[in-house]
Design a protein around this ligand. Structure first.
Ligand SMILES: *[C@@H]1O[C@H](CO)[C@@H](O)[C@H](O)[C@H]1NC(C)=O
Length: 235
């Protein structure tokens, strides 16, 4: 009893006197979420709207987005003014190249507890096969797990690409079984269905979501992310 009250008084005192280094350490202990993808992650607002969901759930202080990029190219204005703009979205990039040449280094620079990704659109545009793209997904999962065996993963079904939608549907039809096959307790994979209900009127230029499309993506990704965050924080 005495020891317990001493300990809690002590922790309160050390909180009050937190040095900049201690503050930085607490910062570093925030749960790290990497939004990974191409332009549909970089120059869009869904990650801002997902942040609003984290904030509404009272979780924003305990999480951070991570990645080599820190930008808001669309000038998104979510409800949370100070949303975290870090991400690993790279316009025009292929899943295949990210898997083969980049992801391992990115995760070394900015380790992640949770990775959420949508990739494949540019691979389709360049004529890569469904097999090549799914193999790149597998390689990415291997890289995530080599970096952190407990990585929690959200893989998105890819939004429609009206001028070449057959290959997008082909990837999407493979993803659920692919994800189930690689699923594990230590490193779960869940699928965010960003395809069902996504109409061409939700694209601003035939490729990228407009605000309505961003809201649809956020509505499919956000609840899965919140589940992961709560599990990770023991809530
Ligand atoms: C992976 O396992 C978890 C826990 O059993 C489950 O909730 C999730 O739906 C599984 N993912 C897939 C893609 O089957």
């Amino acid at each position: 009893m005495h020891i317990l009250s001493f300990v809690s008084a002590f922790s309160l005192a050390s909180l009050a006197l937190a040095s900049p280094v201690e503050v930085a350490e607490r910062q570093a202990q925030k749960l790290r979420i990497m939004p990974l993808g191409d332009s549909i992650t970089e120059i869009t607002c869904w990650r801002a709207f997902v942040w609003d969901q984290l904030a509404a759930a009272g979780l924003a202080d305990q999480v951070q987005y991570v990645g080599s990029q820190n930008s808001n190219p669309q000038g998104c204005q979510p409800q949370t003014a100070n949303w975290d703009q870090h991400h690993e979205g790279h316009s025009g990039w292929l899943a295949i190249d990210i898997a083969n040449n980049y992801l391992a280094n990115w995760l070394r620079s900015t380790p992640a507890d949770i990775v959420m990704f949508m990739l494949g659109t540019n691979d389709v545009v360049r004529g890569h096969t469904t097999d090549e793209i799914i193999n790149a997904y597998t390689k990415m999962v291997e890289i995530m797990r080599a970096a952190n065996p407990n990585t929690k993963i959200i893989v998105d079904l890819v939004i429609p690409l009206p001028f070449s939608n057959g290959p997008i549907q082909a990837i999407n039809s493979r993803i659920p079984q692919w994800a189930a096959g690689l699923n594990s307790t230590e490193s779960p994979i869940v699928v965010a269905d960003c395809y069902q209900g996504f109409t061409s009127s939700m694209l601003r230029d035939g490729v990228h979501p407009n605000l309505e499309g961003d809201r649809l993506i956020a509505s499919r990704v956000g609840p899965l992310l919140l589940d992961y965050v709560k599990q990770s924080l023991g809530q």
